[in-house]
Design a protein around this ligand. Structure first.
Ligand code: ADP
Ligand code: ASP
Ligand code: MG
Length: 412
């Protein structure tokens, strides 16, 4: 079999953990499998590199940021490859560009366009374990790009698709995908299986355990993912097209996302084409807008509120200054201290009352809801940032998702 495995930052967080990963990979190789191993930067390396850049500049060049952040993964591939070789097995470390990963131009959230697998195939053909740096690629200018925080998952799935791998395993620091973040709710329950669509919602809405684009790619290419722990051999969670394991569940999971900022534009003229102008200008600057709420018209004007990732707040505020002039709005406001909490479940389409239950649980905790958005399989609310965890705990309880008396956190 050709197996693609991905190990996250905690799983390669120090020398003994890198040696642990090397032993696991070598064992599989010795069973006769071809192995491609994608790794993240060690521990908090990426955060530390971002802090370092901020000490130099408030607004560092996106190209240089990607150049900087890609180094974290280079350290771990080199060390893992050395660890494998010291166990007597041939290995080679490759950066994203060396592995043939080509992306679009968008620094810090580049998308993989295609993978030239020739080098990978040659190294595998020579019997080596191939260790690939996650989260990076090369754009058409031959510059290094990164795929967005958590993007090593996407590297792994894209490689599995390109190489038509038989198995794609995502090794992390928890036992699988849980009903919510097990670090916030220790009684969260591990899901044996989850559909791509539900996992995609959970990932988009803040469940860090999988990068949303990894799930998107897995769904497009029909690659089942096995999300599991690198610290034990417990079966994890299978992400796939259909599941009947959780069919009777109305709600599959609860998420929260603190990387959210709320913006509002006041006194926007109520005319055709104005909303188009506002969101076109944001899109042109690669700012993803999430929730959008437009107030009812008063005296020919309305207010438009929306949310963006906190990382994009600075760019959004600069854009709003321009938008106001272009559309003739009267002013704007912003709040960086908000979070989004969401309930997700395919079962909610056929079960009325989920929204009422959610709002009731938040009201019982005296948590104010600032914005609401819904889709077929999720309901999201914007709340104050410091109330996010309290909201998640209340919702997890209200929807009876917990497993009594067990804690699944297993990072150490
Ligand atoms: P890695 O470095 O292995 O990629 P991440 O930190 O990116 O690990 O993702 C794993 C973390 O995701 C877990 O430690 C957990 O705190 C968090 N998490 C959030 N939501 C969930 C969830 N629903 N199920 C499992 N883990 C979750
Ligand atoms: N090292 C990158 C990050 O911390 C990518 C990853 O871990 O997937 O976001
Ligand atoms: Mg991750």
């Amino acid at each position: 079999m050709l197996i693609v495995q991905k190990y996250g930052g905690t799983s390669v967080g120090d020398v003994s953990r890198i040696k642990n990963v090397a032993r696991r990979v070598v064992k599989k190789h010795q069973e006769g499998h071809q192995m491609v191993v994608v790794v993240s930067a060690m521990g908090d390396t990426t955060d530390d590199l971002i802090k370092l850049a901020r000490e130099i500049s408030d607004n560092p060049s996106p190209r240089e940021m990607d150049m900087l952040l890609s180094t974290g993964e280079q350290v771990s591939v080199a060390l893992l490859s050395m660890a494998i070789k010291s166990l007597g097995v041939e290995a080679v470390s490759l950066t994203g560009p060396q592995a043939g990963i080509k992306t679009d131009e968008v620094y810090s959230k580049a998308r993989i366009k295609f993978i030239d697998c020739s080098r990978l195939r040659a190294e595998l053909g020579a019997g080596k374990i191939v260790v690939v740096a996650g989260f990076q690629g090369l754009n058409d200018n031959n510059d290094i790009t990164t795929l967005g925080r958590g993007g090593s998952d996407t590297t792994a799935v894209a490689l599995a698709a390109a190489l038509q791998a038989d198995l794609c395993e995502i090794y992390t620091d928890v036992d699988g995908v849980f009903t919510t973040d097990p670090r916030v709710v220790p009684t969260a329950r591990k899901l044996e299986a989850i559909t791509y669509d539900e996992m995609l919602e959970l990932a988009h809405l803040g469940a860090a355990v999988l990068h949303p684009r990894a799930v998107e790619c897995a769904k497009i290419y029909g690659i089942p993912l096995h999300v599991r722990s690198s610290f034990n051999n417990n079966p994890g969670t299978i992400v796939k097209e259909e599941t009947d394991m959780e069919k009777n569940m109305v709600i599959t999971g609860i998420t929260f996302n603190k990387n959210v900022a709320k913006l509002g534009i006041f006194g926007v003229p109520d005319q055709p084409g104005i909303a188009y102008m506002v969101f076109k200008m944001l899109a042109e600057r690669n700012i993803n807008v999430d929730m959008i709420v437009q107030s009812s018209v008063r005296n020919g004007v309305n207010d438009i509120s929306f949310t963006v990732a906190q990382d994009d707040l600075r760019k959004s505020l600069e854009t709003i200054e321009e938008i106001i002039k272009v559309v003739g709005a009267t002013g704007y406001t912003h709040d960086a201290h908000v979070a989004m909490v969401s309930v997700v479940g395919a079962g909610m389409t056929s079960n009325p009352g989920v929204a009422a239950m959610m709002f009731g649980a938040l009201a019982d905790e005296n948590i104010n809801i600032e914005m609401i958005s819904t889709s077929d399989i999720k309901i999201s609310c914007i709340v104050k940032n410091h109330e996010a965890e309290k909201a998640v705990r209340a919702l997890h309880k209200k929807f009876e998702l917990e497993e009594m008396g067990q804690c699944h956190c297993c990072a150490s």
